[in-house]
Write a protein that binds this ligand. Structure first.
Ligand code: AMP
Ligand code: MG
Length: 419
């Protein structure tokens, strides 16, 4: 479809997906900080530059098991030295190594005064109180100098860093028992739909299981939210209004609704938000699946409550949550703004030309021998089909108006699992 085709003009209010994400993230940021014990800080985001409270190692330490010696004593080999004691990790030798003497030393132990070199035990022979150094060792070898890793006052972890396992280990090694991190954004998930019941129930005619909230809660928590599921609201204005009010009163940073986001008689999200005084940024996104995506906000007591209204179809809900909910939660939690990032792949077969909506096509993927990812779309893409999503390895992201494509053509994909 050419760009001058009348159909290529975006419907008023139909916002391109990339622009929609920019709108969602505009002005968003962390809502405050809190102090947490270092043991509970994993995967949180540091809110202050972190300076070390100590120098590491705090003393010249042995890097090996062996003997601490004066290098001048081992200039001529073999050299016989008197063993005057030992230095083990946590148990330093408290005296001085004089000429002709050596101290048995172990990894991590302080190198005693007087010694300047550690000879590894493999290069020695010990008998009673005497050690014979048999092979050459360079001056200063096998010693980690004080401050080799870092020094007191060094800023080693900048503000905005995520506390990954190794980052946490460093923070602890810097002697921080607690850390200032960004508050987790408070996210409330609201499900709408008279037809929905929780899993494990017997279904009456016309009912189906509510599945979106499970996925939304998992996604929100993985993104770092303090997430709460407010359950299912029946399709009445009063019920939906009450539950949105409840989320606002509970201090929501973000409310995510599932279902009722379209323009049908039973689609109540937009009218209820209007009644509640929300401002709408957009109500439709040029994407498939999931055109009816609402982004609205209201300032409550000096704080902005954001709301993403997602369509009810399970696949639409999941795609929209990957594109908008996850990046927004991350930014509200202090992470840098980042879109879901597609990676390159090639098509295994033909695909038709795309229309004005960015398409997210469920597909299988496999690695070719040269490492290229080859993807094959499923022929049926109905947005209700969760089993197809489960069978998929990726979503092929087709930009608006992408021309017809064939086997071997380049595409971008969002991986759903490592491959
Ligand atoms: P809606 O967006 O409310 O018009 O719903 C679109 C379709 O998605 C309908 O077939 C609903 O039954 C279905 N649906 C809505 N919410 C959910 C949910 N939480 N879990 C599974 N399916 C849903
Ligand atoms: Mg509904």
């Amino acid at each position: 479809m050419a760009n001058n085709d009348p159909d290529s003009v975006l419907h008023p209010g139909l916002v391109p997906a990339g622009q929609a994400l920019e709108i969602v993230l505009e002005g968003a940021g962390p809502g405050g900080t809190e102090r947490v014990p270092v043991a509970e800080a994993a995967f949180r985001v540091l809110a202050d530059d972190l300076a070390s409270l100590r120098t590491q190692p705090p003393f010249d330490a042995s890097a090996m098991d062996g003997y601490a010696v004066r290098h001048s004593d081992i200039a001529e080999l073999p050299a016989n030295l008197q063993i005057i004691g030992q230095s083990a990790a946590g148990h330093p030798f408290s005296s001085v190594v004089a000429p002709g003497q050596a101290v048995r030393i172990f990894t991590g132990a302080p190198v005693p005064d007087g010694a300047d070199t550690v000879v590894i035990q493999e290069n020695t022979e010990a008998k009673d109180d005497t050690v014979t150094v048999t092979s050459e060792t360079g001056a200063g070898r096998n010693i980690r100098k004080a401050g080799l890793d870092f020094r007191e006052g060094d800023i080693l972890i900048p503000r905005g860093s995520q506390l990954l396992p190794h980052t946490l280990a460093l923070a602890a090694s810097m002697n921080h028992a607690s850390l200032t991190v960004y508050r987790r954004p408070k996210v409330f998930v609201i499900t709408t739909g008279d037809e929905l019941v929780l899993p494990g129930n017997a279904l009456r005619p016309g009912q189906i299981i509510a599945s979106n909230s499970l996925a939304l809660m998992a996604l929100a928590r993985e993104a770092g939210a303090d997430a709460m599921d407010l359950g299912i609201a029946p399709d009445t204005r009063e019920a939906l209004s009450r539950i949105v009010d409840k989320a606002m009163a509970a201090g929501a940073d973000l409310i995510v609704t599932s279902g009722g986001a379209s323009v049908g008689d039973h689609d109540l999200v937009k009218p209820v938000l209007e009644e509640l005084g929300f401002t709408f940024s957009f109500v439709k996104v040029a994407m498939r699946p999931g055109k009816p995506v609402i982004f609205a906000w209201r300032d409550v007591g000096g704080k902005r409550v954001r709301l993403l209204g997602l369509p009810g179809n399970p696949v639409s809900s999941l795609v929209a949550s990957s594109l908008f909910v996850r990046p927004l939660i991350r930014v509200l939690g202090g992470h840098p703004a980042e879109a879901a990032r597609p990676i390159p792949a090639v098509l295994g077969g033909p695909m038709p030309a795309n229309d004005q909506r960015q398409d997210h096509v469920r597909a299988t993927a496999r690695r070719l021998e040269n490492g290229t990812l080859e993807v094959a779309p499923f022929s049926v893409q109905d947005s209700s089909m969760l089993a197809t999503l489960q069978k998929s390895d990726c979503l092929i992201v087709r930009p608006p108006f992408a021309p017809e494509a064939g086997a071997g053509d380049s595409v971008s994909v969002l991986l759903l699992r490592p491959i």
